[in-house]
Write a protein that binds this ligand. Structure first.
Ligand SMILES: [Zn+2]
Length: 82
């Protein structure tokens, strides 16, 4: 079993407090190392979420196999329950 606890965390560049990592690499001014770190954290977070969704999808698909009926996870996001 893997259990991940998530907490709300806010990071802000001391030089560019309006920088938003969702704006990407092109929005970083002057190669700022703090903005760069925020971007890396954002990308790592997005990758983590993608991997979790991918895992949930794989489990969901496997659970449709009668051999896997003992384990019925919650449906992945955006998918209606049947
Ligand atoms: Zn910055």
């Amino acid at each position: 079993m893997l259990r991940i606890r998530m907490k709300t965390w806010t990071g802000r560049c001391p030089r560019h407090p309006r920088y938003r990592p969702v704006d990407g690499l092109g929005a970083i001014k002057g190669g700022c190392r703090y903005c760069w770190k925020l971007l890396k954290i954002h990308q790592a977070y997005e990758t983590l979420l993608d991997e979790i969704v991918s895992f949930d999808d794989a489990i969901w698909e496997a659970s449709e196999n009668p051999a896997m009926r003992l384990y019925r996870p919650a449906p992945p996001r955006g998918r209606a329950t049947a």
